[in-house]
Design a protein around this ligand. Structure first.
Ligand code: GRF
Length: 209
């Protein structure tokens, strides 16, 4: 199986980036990380990439979001990554940014992990939102991006119980454990494009072939 060239975008701590990296090192995930790009110059994720000898770029917020996206695209263009993997990237990507990653089968080759059972709790602090509302169960979603926020065809979802947990930190810890397993496992077949998109009564469904 070929290692698929990817670029990872991340904004912070980088635990998902690290999980992807480890999964590649253990040969559980057939991918090669060409670059790590962060919008935050102080992000811990940059250090994790450097320690693993992965080219790491910080593209700090310049005058406008358009300018920042242009900068990132300039870095990405010569790399020829087959997929862009978002791992805790906290900015919304514009349709202009996504356009070059449109596959011939009509989806963007851009993936994301979101800490909720989408479409519940899009946006920031999803674990905290579920906890504050008194949910008994929450979960994690891996999806392909579309032009809307925390939206797009869902590839994998897993739920976990939080009814026994006392603090939001415990919810986050349980969720992150799951994220670190679910994202690399799901990327394994997404990157190989072993799926089809099906329209079912208006919703788009990702089906693993
Ligand atoms: C994770 O909870 C991820 O699902 C969300 O942002 C967080 C990033 O954590 N999108 P990390 O930087 O990967 O540790």
């Amino acid at each position: 199986m070929n290692a698929i060239p990817i670029a990872v975008l991340a904004s912070g701590r980088g635990s998902n980036f690290e999980a992807i990296l480890k999964s590649i090192q253990k040969k559980n995930l057939q991918a090669k990380i060409l670059a790590l790009i962060s919008d935050q110059p102080d992000a811990q994720v940059l250090q994790i990439a450097k320690a693993a000898s992965i080219p790491a770029f910080a593209v700090a917020s310049p005058a406008s979001k358009e300018q920042q996206e242009e900068e990132i695209l300039k870095i990405l263009k010569p790399l020829q990554a087959h997929f862009i993997v978002l791992a805790g990237y906290m900015r919304i990507l514009s349709p202009t940014f996504l356009a070059p990653f449109l596959s011939p089968r009509g989806y963007f080759r851009v993936t994301n992990i979101h800490p909720s059972l989408l479409p519940a709790f899009p946006g920031k602090n999803a674990y905290a939102q579920a906890f504050a509302l008194g949910c008994k169960v929450t979960g994690v979603s891996v999806h392909l991006l579309d032009e809307k926020v925390d939206h797009g065809p869902i590839c994998a979802q897993e739920a976990f119980s939080i009814s026994d947990l006392i603090t939001v930190q415990e919810v986050e810890a349980r969720g992150l454990d799951l994220e670190h397993r679910l994202y690399p496992n799901t990327l394994n077949w997404i990157l190989q494009e072993k799926f089809s998109l099906e329209k079912r009564e208006g919703r788009t469904c990702v089906r693993q072939d």
